[in-house]
Design a protein around this ligand. Structure first.
Ligand code: S3P
Length: 425
């Protein structure tokens, strides 16, 4: 797909539902008693992979547009799948579902695409093994395909070496089935959707600082869930609005959970004109509208506890930094290397092709702002966040930018190009 320079982006966008919350609504609904009704569900490919996996384990799930009904069968109601569970491109599906599968009364195998087959799974295999689980990486490289032999589990106290909500959630879900309490302590706070939502489904779960503790459950109960818009999808319009001349964009109904709102803080630090309106709480999650205007930006340092609060937005923030005066340093973000692609290497390679002045480091990037990009051919590596970031780069560059593999946006934002057309026409 090709992009060329645009200016004067004006309009209002309602972005699709949050990916993390959509995944969890299906998983928690499936292992609860009764009906879970989900509104504004994200029908991106990743969340459809989660639905597909649970359907293969006997759960009826009705999808009508973004409205989903999950007919839960309770904590012990899943049945052995007859086929391999296909997680597609989804790390969240893989890691969270493994926590549930480790405790079932059946065996199964999980597999996914070529990117999933490179994502590290030792981070969940080790704590689950400590709980008594039996999980094998069939290629012997600690990646998928994973063969899982369901077992009785015991509660553990786990000190996670990474701030990862996927790791934390995997262990907490296994903890629902354990013989005693399970706790997870993280080095920094990661997103807390599992804690908030599991509690609303009736789980006994407490948090104390960076530690979450779950008790074994007898039953969970189906809920009504209103999924807020995904701030990780809003970031493309936030950055587009800040860097494209003569622009003002409002993004409606965005989830602003404090464990996810790092871009608001960093955009302000960079002198970005960004404001929040109509703030309210829906189903325990903070929601509001974000308005951004073209701004004179300055470089900053993005590091420490803010990193997990904007981890998926960092590639797009690196693009933003190209348009800021001075240097921006991204540190403590080594997790970027193990996402759908190595997002440090891929950002540095592609931004450099477009004429940006950027260096990769071991745990991030250093971007020397120049405010000048030129069109190039961009290999998205089929990473949805890379494809969307370079679409926004392309409308702010001289000449033509061609993004290869552009269709991969369907992973998290199937209507991305329609929204872009709407804003640029
Ligand atoms: C997610 C957690 C994050 C994030 C991913 C979704 C989740 O991954 O990058 O896109 O839904 O829990 P990590 O927990 O591995 O950092």
């Amino acid at each position: 797909m090709e992009f060329s320079r645009k200016k004067g982006l004006h309009g209002e966008i309602t972005i699709p539902g949050d990916k993390s919350i959509s995944h969890r609504s299906i998983m928690f609904g499936a292992i609860s008693n009764g009906l879970t009704e989900v509104s504004n569900f994200l029908t991106g490919a990743d969340c459809l992979s989660t639905i597909d996996c649970f359907r293969k384990m006997g759960i009826t799930i009705d999808v009508t547009g973004s409205h989903v009904l999950v007919h839960g069968k309770g904590l012990r109601g899943l049945t052995a799948p007859k086929e391999i569970l296909d997680v597609g491109n989804s790390g969240t599906t893989t890691r969270l579902i493994t926590g549930i599968l480790a405790a079932q009364h059946f065996d199964c195998t999980l597999d996914g695409d070529s990117s999933i087959r490179k994502r590290p799974m030792r981070r969940i295999i080790s704590p689950l093994e400590e709980m008594g689980a039996s999980i094998q990486s069939l290629s012997g490289n600690d990646c998928a395909p994973l063969s899982i032999h369901g077992q009785a589990l015991k509660g553990i106290q786990y000190n996670s070496p990474v701030a990862s909500a996927q790791v934390k959630s995997c262990i907490l879900l296994a903890g629902l089935y354990a013989d005693g309490k399970t706790s997870v302590t993280e080095p920094e706070h990661s997103r807390n959707h599992t804690e908030l939502m599991l509690r609303s489904f009736g789980a006994e779960l407490t948090t104390n600082g960076k530690t979450a503790v779950i008790s074994p459950a007898n039953e969970l109960y189906g809920q009504k869930i209103q999924v807020p818009g995904d701030i990780s999808s809003a970031v493309y319009w936030v950055v587009a609005g800040l860097i494209t001349p003569d622009s003002e964009i409002t993004i409606r109904n965005v989830g602003l959970n404090p464990t996810r709102d790092g871009i608001i803080e960093v955009c302000r630090q960079m002198n970005g004109q960004i404001s929040i309106s109509n703030e309210h709480t829906e189903g325990g999650e903070k929601v509001g509208n974000i308005t951004v205007k073209t701004s004179d930006l300055k470089g900053t340092t993005i590091e420490g506890s803010v990193i997990p609060r904007l981890i998926d937005e960092l590639p797009t923030m690196a693009l933003l930094a190209c348009f800021a005066e001075g240097d921006t340093v991204i540190k403590d973000a080594q997790e970027l290397k193990v996402k759908e692609s190595d997002r440090i290497a891929v950002m540095v390679e592609n931004l450099t092709k477009m004429g940006a002045d950027v260096e990769g480091t071991d745990d991030g990037m250093i971007i020397h702002g120049t405010s000048k990009l030129k069109g190039a051919v961009i290999d998205s590596k089929l990473d949805h966040r890379i494809a969307m970031t370079f679409a926004i780069a392309g409308i702010n560059a001289d000449g033509i930018t061609k993004v290869e593999g552009a269709e991969c946006v369907n992973i998290s934002y199937p209507s991305f190009y329609e929204d872009l057309d709407m804003l640029t026409k």
